[in-house]
Ligand binder design. Structure first.
Ligand SMILES: [Zn+2]
Length: 350
């Protein structure tokens, strides 16, 4: 005989590991640093574990003394505890809550799928298997929305935002909330147990989540676009400061190019009569070297001029300051030093 508690434990650990992996992969794709992810994961995990052991129970001395280790985790407690911890993390890092929600949605769905697969292995109840299938389906649905509708993707988000197009983040998270609470409600309604307080509690819990996600979704959709943390926007004064600097530099380049042309011995000779003189060998060699050096300088200036043109174009389109590689906003201080930068410092160092 297999120890059934052992099976549940293995699946719970596996569910957390898979959650961590999916969360890590999604957030690195979004340009979050590994240390920040690890940091927030540990805190969410702790919140989830504490919540799973403490929330929605009769807390008394006996529970802490004799039952806390042996008592199973309560899923609703894990979700609420993890949610509170996650919310504190988001506030601490001043991240956009909706963006993080979208990033977490696939990981949360797969986490619950594996957990219920574990329940099914332990008790071989058909309902656990059906819930596993439902969460797996929810996971795949969220993935598909992400991949084919570009929902919850930062790069798309920032590009749309900077072009002043409407963007609604938080869709994936809302899909997760709606899907998971519907699954739970269906399960509870197929296992009606009016005498159990816990049953009524769970039903209320999931109906509240369903209702909350409906309200949130409606509010997001009514907003016609964004009222997000202004992570992706520079102030107009900053943009015009950069623009003026670039225009000034463009003028400088133009006059420098003119000066180079005048210094160029070849050009001077052309100018007098339209022909180049053939000087004596020594002077001719010196002319050549001068000409080559000046041409090289001119090439450098031309490249800079091109970069400036492209940057001015970006400012006009509203896509200025977005990293070409990861889609995050480039740090203001970096742009002040290097206004034509097209990648953030992290991507540039890679
Ligand atoms: Zn980058």
């Amino acid at each position: 005989m297999i120890d059934t508690n052992y099976v549940t434990l293995v699946f719970t650990v596996f569910a957390f590991v898979l959650f961590a992996f999916v969360y890590w992969r999604d957030s690195t794709n979004e340009g979050f640093g590994s240390d920040q992810i690890l940091d927030s994961f540990v805190i969410i995990l702790l919140g989830g574990l504490i919540g799973g052991k403490l929330l929605f129970r009769e807390l008394n001395f006996d529970y802490f003394r004799y039952q806390i280790i042996t008592a199973p985790f309560i899923l609703e407690g894990i979700l609420v505890g993890g949610g509170i911890a996650g919310y504190i993390e988001i506030k601490r890092h001043k991240w956009s809550a909706w963006k993080i929600g979208d990033m977490l949605a696939p990981a949360l769905a797969i986490f619950q799928a594996v957990l219920f697969l574990g329940f099914w292995f332990r008790a071989a109840q058909l309902s656990s298997f059906l819930i596993f299938v439902a969460f797996l389906f929810l996971y795949l649905f969220i993935r598909a929305l992400k991949k084919y509708r570009q929902l919850g993707s930062s790069i798309d988000f920032f590009l749309r935002k900077r072009r002043n197009m409407s963007v609604i983040s938080g869709i994936l998270f809302n899909v997760y909330l709606t899907g998971s609470s519907l699954i739970a409600i269906l399960f509870l309604l197929s296992h009606i147990n009016r005498n159990s307080i816990f049953w009524w509690f769970q039903l209320t819990f999931y109906f509240s989540i369903l209702f909350a996600s409906y309200i949130l979704m409606r509010r997001r959709l009514n907003k016609q676009g964004v009222k997000m943390n202004p992570v992706g926007t520079f102030t107009m004064s900053f943009l015009s400061k950069i623009k003026n600097r670039l225009l000034r530099r463009k003028k400088e380049i133009k006059s420098e190019e003119k000066r180079i042309e005048q210094e160029d011995p070849f050009m001077q000779e052309y100018k007098t009569d339209g022909f180049r003189n053939l000087d004596d060998l020594g002077e001719e060699a010196a002319d050549f070297t001068d000409h080559e050096n000046l041409e090289a300088k001119k090439d450098v200036l031309e490249i800079e001029e091109e970069e400036i043109e492209e940057t001015l174009e970006d400012i006009k389109k509203g896509t200025y300051g977005i990293c070409e590689v990861c889609g995050k906003q480039i740090d203001k201080r970096r742009l002040e030093v290097y206004p034509t930068a097209t990648t953030c410092i992290e991507c540039a160092n890679k």
